[in-house]
Design a protein around this ligand. Structure first.
Ligand code: HSE
Length: 310
């Protein structure tokens, strides 16, 4: 039997308050595993998907994993066919970068299998094509951290310029995933195309100071800067327990609390595991009060990004 390659791409948290489409970081444990094997039919096929409750498309032109692979295969002009197995190890429509994790794992696996030696930075643009299949737009704030690990800033999309930002190594992230589904494409439609000058200034100031806070491990500045005046106010109403989750997290010691990506998950930062646990418990309670089931996770920032497992 021909060799196979198995890779894991982590989930990620994007926007991080003021960084709509520009900032994100990778997290641990949640993510997507992809197994790639060559086939003799010279065709790309999805042979199996697990963990998706049969919600993801097997059509290679619709699944973010294979759309990403197709753009890479088209670029390198190979005729090799591949069988793809996707093992989802995270919620779909959770706001934790599920479609990005599939696309990242897929293009990275092909790069490893064919020994293309494209850098992770170069692979981001192929994964972005995959991500677009699900979200309807080109954005890299989940794809880039899932690929590269750590905390990333996308300075520019044209040309693509991705910068890794230092962050406090003592950081713990508390995440609550209320069990409702939000489609990124729908949540993006809520955001105005034109932003008032005052809002734009506030957002730029917060984005810049968040970067400085992260690099200097200045928790107070990070907390003050995690404010989104553009996307979050429009999307909050999609999450029935949004206000209560934020209030509970802040009372329990979170330095701030925001929607993760397009939601419904919310996240917060704190400096100790104990505090991260209390924050999670308080956020779960907020969901229970609204009779919404939830899952919660605690994670350090994942510094590795996508990795080959075997
Ligand atoms: N920046 C994107 C958004 C992330 O907020 O729509 C979701 O994929």
């Amino acid at each position: 039997m021909e060799k196979s390659i198995k890779v894991f791409a982590p989930a990620s948290i994007s926007n991080v308050g003021p960084g709509f489409d520009l900032m994100g970081f990778a997290i641990n444990n949640l993510g997507d595993e992809i197994i790639v094997r060559p086939n003799s039919q010279k065709k790309l096929r999805i042979t199996k998907i697990t963990g998706d409750k049969k919600t993801l498309p097997l059509d290679i032109n619709k699944n973010t994993a294979t759309v990403g692979i197709l753009s890479l295969l088209n670029y390198i002009k190979t005729e090799t066919g591949f069988d793809i197995q996707i093992n989802k190890k995270m919620g779909i429509g959770s706001g934790l970068g599920s479609s990005a994790a599939s696309a990242v794992a897929a293009v990275f696996a092909i790069n490893q299998y064919l020994e293309l030696k494209l850098s992770k930075d170069e692979l981001v643009k192929f994964a972005m094509v995959g991500e677009k299949a699900a979200s309807g737009s080109f954005h890299a704030d989940n794809v880039a951290p899932s690929m590269l690990g750590g905390f990333v800033l996308i300075r520019s999309y044209d040309p693509l310029d991705i910068i890794k930002i230092d962050y406090p190594k003592s950081f713990f992230c508390s995440i609550i995933y209320p069990q409702i589904s939000i489609k990124t494409a729908e949540a993006r439609k809520l955001i105005s195309k034109n932003i008032a000058l005052r809002k734009s200034l506030n957002q730029t100031g917060n984005a810049a100071s968040l970067m400085i806070g992260l690099m200097n491990a200045d928790y107070n500045l990070i907390g003050r800067s995690m404010v989104d005046e553009i996307a979050e106010p429009k999307r909050a109403s999609l999450i029935p327990c949004y206000d209560r989750i934020r209030t509970n997290a802040l009372i329990s010691g979170a330095i701030n609390c925001n929607i993760s990506g397009s939601g419904p998950s919310l996240f917060s930062f704190t400096g100790s595991k104990k505090s991260a646990s209390s924050i999670c418990e308080s956020m779960v309670l907020a969901c229970e009060e609204k009779s919404i089931k939830s899952e919660s996770y605690i994670s350090k920032i994942n510094s590795k990004g996508v990795i080959e497992l075997s």
